[in-house]
Write a protein that binds this ligand. Structure first.
Ligand code: CP
Ligand code: NVA
Length: 315
């Protein structure tokens, strides 16, 4: 395909769940489940039987640390028959002030898709706006859409359709919460959010939830948020790029998921965390290692959900 035919139709980016409609997102979850089921018992290195991305190259660009995103995207691409190229932002000319728009135009001449982890969300948007190939958000300061696709898939595996169910968030308002808020609107579940007032979601996100008709309740009381919920979610108290660690720890101590808080949720509620976890801080060992925890299924489902996303972006 040359540059002219590529620009004739805009690529399918995956930057935010808010950009996509319910039908598309539900279709992706269905495809992820189908692919997961179809390769049960296969070694991780074996390709899927259809190899839809044979001959395609995905660049994985990381400006920040990663274990799950990096490995799951690489293996996802291999299982779909494609290949990857791994780079850190620091070793690219981006770090020496080449513009993101020029970078996008150049990458579009070599690659079939880009997955990028960059804290600056607007830079990822700018990359997508200027690229002729799909751009996938692998986490910014504003959102983590691939994670929450895996989380919705995990919820549904354990508890059936998420539509109409109740998810509780306890912690600060970070990137993962923003994608949960987008997901609540698109997948039609209730989300009860408890954050300290000083670490509450920014107004824009609040307004987006209201405008989208999402069933999201914002508050600062973790016990109230968790009461009767089908799922309790938390995340690290200090995200990548956060600076005020001591203050955050002090503000968030009361938001820890422990046996006392978890006992307020529905009896068969599950516990989710995107990982990496800080045991003894946002969650106790009893909960993360206990029977209600779904954290390692979430990590596995990153692989399956991202295969559906890659296949959709490159269809
Ligand atoms: N959950 C998640 O994105 O993990 P990594 O930072 O290890 O990629
Ligand atoms: N909120 C965390 C998620 C890590 C996967 C962070 O941004 O560091």
């Amino acid at each position: 395909m040359n540059a002219l035919t590529r620009t004739a139709t805009r690529p399918r980016h995956f930057v935010d769940l808010a950009d996509l409609d319910t039908e598309t997102l539900e279709g992706l979850i269905g495809e992820a489940r189908r692919r997961k089921a179809a390769r049960q018992g296969q070694p991780h290195g074996a390709a899927d039987s259809d190899k839809p991305l044979e001959g395609r190259v995905l660049a994985l660009i990381f400006d920040k640390h990663s274990t799950r995103t990096r490995i799951s995207f690489d293996i996802a691409m291999r299982q779909l028959g494609g290949t990857t190229l791994m780079m850190s932002g620091a070793e690219m000319q981006l770090a020496r002030e080449e513009t993101i728009a020029d970078t996008a135009r150049v990458l579009s001449r070599y690659l079939d898709a880009v997955m990028i982890r960059l804290l600056d969300h607007e830079m990822v948007r700018e990359l997508a706006d200027n690229a002729d190939i799909p751009v996938i958000n692998g986490l910014t300061k504003m959102s983590h859409p691939c994670q929450v696709m895996a989380d919705v898939m995990t919820f549904e595996e354990r508890k059936g359709p998420i539509r109409g169910r109740t998810v509780a968030w306890t912690g600060d308002a970070n990137n993962v919460l923003a994608s949960w808020i987008h997901a609540a609107a698109r997948f039609g579940f209730r989300l009860r959010v408890a954050t300290p007032r000083e670490l509450a979601p920014r107004e824009g996100l609040h307004d987006w939830a209201m405008g989208a008709g999402a069933a999201v309740e914002f508050g600062d009381d973790p016990e109230r948020a968790v009461a009767g919920a089908d799922c309790v979610v938390t995340d690290a108290w200090v995200s990548m790029g956060d600076e005020d660690a001591v203050k955050r720890h002090n503000l968030l101590r009361a938001y820890q998921v422990n046996e006392r808080l978890m006992s307020r949720a529905a009896k068969d509620a599950i516990f989710m965390h995107c990982l990496p976890a800080h045991r003894g801080e946002e969650v106790t060992n009893e909960i993360i290692d206990g029977p209600q925890s779904a954290v390692f299924d979430e990590a596995e489902n990153r692989l399956h959900a991202q295969k559906a996303i890659l296949a959709w972006c490159l269809a």
